[in-house]
Write a protein that binds this ligand. Structure first.
Ligand code: ZN
Length: 61
């Protein structure tokens, strides 16, 4: 059977998805993360997807 499975975008279940910024240090796309410790614990931020090779971060509003 020939079925061309064109999956819908995986993002369809995330209404609040915003376009990921790019790392100011290396230009890689950044991933939204939640700080687990430190003064900003529980707060969202963007971390470089190549972490720990690159530790670029950006605050997520
Ligand atoms: Zn980076």
């Amino acid at each position: 059977m020939l079925s061309i499975a064109v999956a819908p975008t995986q993002n369809s279940n995330s209404a609040t998805l915003t376009e990921a910024p790019t790392c100011p240090k290396c230009g890689s796309p950044m991933a939204r993360r939640i700080a687990k410790q430190g003064a900003n614990a529980g707060q969202a931020f963007y971390g470089c997807s190549t972490y720990p090779r690159c530790r670029g971060t950006m605050p997520a509003s």
